[in-house]
Structures are given as structure tokens and as C-alpha cells.
Design a protein around this ligand. Structure first.
Ligand code: 5AD
Length: 351
């Protein structure tokens, strides 16, 4: 078993994609040598395929209103403890001025699924960000109509993040009342078709999730030729039906990051906030087994405590400057540099 899995990892380094069964076995093994080799090889492939630069993405979490009632999420409408907020479009664009001054090349606009921000408001923000700052624009607004995706793209949006959360359609349906995995994947296909650099990703450690389904998460990102994937541990959120459930583990998150890097060498992979929340060394470790992106938070401090997707979320009391200092510290400690420019995906869009 050991030599078989080591051979599979070596072959992946030379470009052979893994089968779902092989990936399942890599998630499941308790052999330390294999785990160490997996991380080392993924770090090498990251170095060779996307280099040592870590690109920064300036995140603004601009509204915590949401029409979906996902059972894991701290800002689900069913959570009555949450103070709701909406930032005005001008305030959102203004929040990114600091990021622009710090030479960060990408703005990420994220919110709950909040249709108060109609087509016109989103289009206005995209244009303003482009005009004032010349930054790349990433949207993370959930499921919207084809017409909206098209209008945002025409206004200049470059990228879209829409996690598939889990590739197990039954688990997906249980966690997301009234929603389907099928619809999610349709949105992702539309985004790709419209020419967005498209990102997905999943949580790790959901109750009922198997190694087989995590292997399928990696396969989905590869087979859809997605440009980006964000992976984080599930962390219970207060005031939700899953508030007493167990967290996902750092180990399995890191294995997935490594498998994504081996199977989609040019993928943009963030070391996520959830990883940092779970373990103070989590981001460093993710960056050393495949990840190449960090997403510093530029949400004005007064709103941050209300965008608590899960318990203990970091950066809630920390100013933007402190966040950037923490990032500089992390990068110099692991000999990595800050990426310059927009940091677009190097992948070709594909068929
Ligand atoms: N634990 C971890 N991640 C979560 N997200 C939402 N709630 C939680 C939670 N309790 C993640 C989802 C979503 C992203 C914005 O945050 O994957 O896509």
C-alpha cells in the first residue's frame, strides 16, 4: 500500500491525474511518510507551476443579508442573533481605496445572497472600482440570473467565486434547504461560459461527508477546469442547527489543498480565513502544501462582527493594517514574495 501510494504521488508530479479511488486512499491513509511526501510534492508542483509569489485579494464583505438558510452558516436568516447590515455602494468602493494604495491588484466583493443589490448597483460598483483603482474585480454574490452574470461580466468583472460546498448531492440538499447541487453546477458552467475566471471549493469535515466525496470535490474542480478553489474546515457557528457539531481537521484540509495542486497544477488556491481560524499556523501550512493566495479583509471594522460565518472567525477585532502586517510576517517566514499586478489565472479557459 505504502509504495503504491508513493508511486501515485510521484506520477502525479509528472502530470498523471489521479483517479477518485487513488485520492480516496490518500485521504484515508495514516502513514506519515505518505502524508509528508504528498505535502512536499505539492509544494514543489506549486513552485514549478505558479511560482513563489503569493497574490493578495482585498476582501470586502458588504452585506450579511441572505435569502438562503444554509444550516451551517452563521448569517443564515434563521439566526436571529445577527445584527444585519448593508453597506452603501459608495462606501464599498471607498473601502477599497486603502487596498489600492497598498498595491493590491484585486478587489473581492462578497455578500450573502442579497437582491437589494440589483443589477444596476453591482454594475455601478464594478465600473467605479475599475475606473478609480484599475483593480481586477472578483464577485462572490451567490446564485444570480444568467442576465446578471452577463451584465456584471460586460461591466468588467474578471472573476467569480461560487463554492459548490460539497459534491455529494444528497448532503448538499440536506445542508441547503430548497437548493440543489445541480443548480449550483449550472451557475458555475454559465460563469465559465461567460469568460469569468471561475472559482469553487468546498468545506471539509461536514457530518456525513466521506473521503470518497472529498476526492470527488477535487475531481470536480479538475474536470470543470475551474481557475480557483477555496477549501476550509467546517467550523460550527453559534445560533445555527449545527452549532454543536464537530469541526473539520486541518490535516484533511491540507491533504485536499495538496491533491488540488497535484491534479490542477495552475489552480489559484487561497490559504483561507477558516484555516487560520482553526489553527494559528494554518495559513503558513496551506501555503506550503499548494496554496498561493491570501485574502486580507478590508471590511470596515464596525461590520466585521456581524459577518461571522462561524465561531471564532479571525480578523474581527483586527484592523486592516494589522492584517497586512500579519501577512507580511507569514510570507517572510516562509520565503515567499507578494505577487505584483492583478494575479490572473495562468490557465487557458479550455473547451
Ligand atoms: N464553517 C466553515 N465555512 C463556512 N462557510 C459558511 N459557513 C461556514 C462554517 N460554519 C463558508 C462557505 C461559504 C463561504 C463564504 O464560507 O463555504 O461558501
Amino acid at each position: 500500500m505504502q509504495s503504491r501510494l508513493l508511486k501515485i504521488i510521484e506520477e502525479a508530479e509528472r502530470g498523471r491525474p489521479m483517479t477518485v479511488e487513488e485520492m480516496t486512499d490518500i485521504f484515508a491513509t495514516d502513514d506519515e511518510d505518505i502524508r509528508r511526501t504528498l505535502f512536499e510534492v505539492a509544494d514543489r508542483v506549486r513552485h514549478k507551476s505558479v511560482g513563489d509569489a503569493v497574490y493578495l485579494r482585498a476582501l470586502v464583505e458588504f452585506s450579511n443579508h441572505c435569502r438562503n438558510n444554509c444550516s451551517y452558516c452563521g448569517i443564515r436568516p434563521g439566526n436571529r442573533q445577527v445584527k444585519r447590515y448593508r453597506m452603501e455602494p459608495e462606501e464599498i468602493v471607498e473601502a477599497l481605496a486603502v487596498a489600492h494604495r497598498l498595491n493590491i491588484g484585486t478587489a473581492v466583493l462578497q455578500s450573502g445572497e442579497d437582491l437589494w443589490y440589483d443589477t444596476g448597483k453591482i454594475v455601478w460598483m464594478i465600473r467605479e472600482i475599475k475606473e478609480r483603482y484599475g483593480m481586477a474585480v472578483t464577485l462572490s454574490l451567490g446564485e444570480r440570473s444568467y442576465e446578471d452574470y452577463q451584465a456584471f461580466r460586460e461591466a468588467g468583472a474578471d472573476r467569480y467565486l461560487l463554492r459548490h460546498e460539497t459534491s455529494d448531492s444528497e448532503l448538499y440538499a440536506r445542508l441547503h434547504p430548497g437548493m440543489t447541487l445541480e443548480r449550483r453546477l449550472l451557475c458555475l458552467r454559465r460563469l465559465k461560459e461567460l469568460g469569468y475566471q471561475t472559482g469553487s471549493g468546498n468545506m471539509v469535515g461536514l457530518q456525513g461527508q466521506t473521503y470518497l466525496s472529498l476526492a470527488r470535490d477535487v475531481e470536480l474542480v479538475r474536470d470543470m477546469r475551474l481557475e480557483m478553489a477555496g477549501i476550509g474546515p467546517f467550523i460550527p457557528a453559534e445560533g445555527t442547527p449545527l452549532s454543536d457539531a464537530e469541526c473539520g481537521t486541518l490535516d484533511i484540509v491540507l491533504r485536499e489543498v495538496a491533491l488540488l495542486r497535484l491534479n490542477s497544477p495552475l489552480l489559484m488556491i487561497p490559504a483561507t480565513t477558516a484555516v487560520a481560524t482553526l489553527d494559528s499556523e494554518g495559513r503558513q501550512q496551506a501555503l506550503q502544501c499548494g496554496a498561493n493566495i491570501l485574502m486580507p479583509n478590508f471590511t470596515p471594522l464596525r461590520y466585521r462582527e456581524s459577518y461571522r460565518l462561524y465561531a471564532g472567525k479571525i480578523c474581527i477585532n483586527e484592523g486592516t493594517e494589522q492584517g497586512i502586517e500579519a501577512i507580511s510576517g507569514i510570507l517572510s517566514s516562509i520565503n515567499r514574495s507578494v505577487g505584483k499586478g492583478p494575479g490572473h489565472s495562468l490557465q487557458t479557459p479550455g473547451p
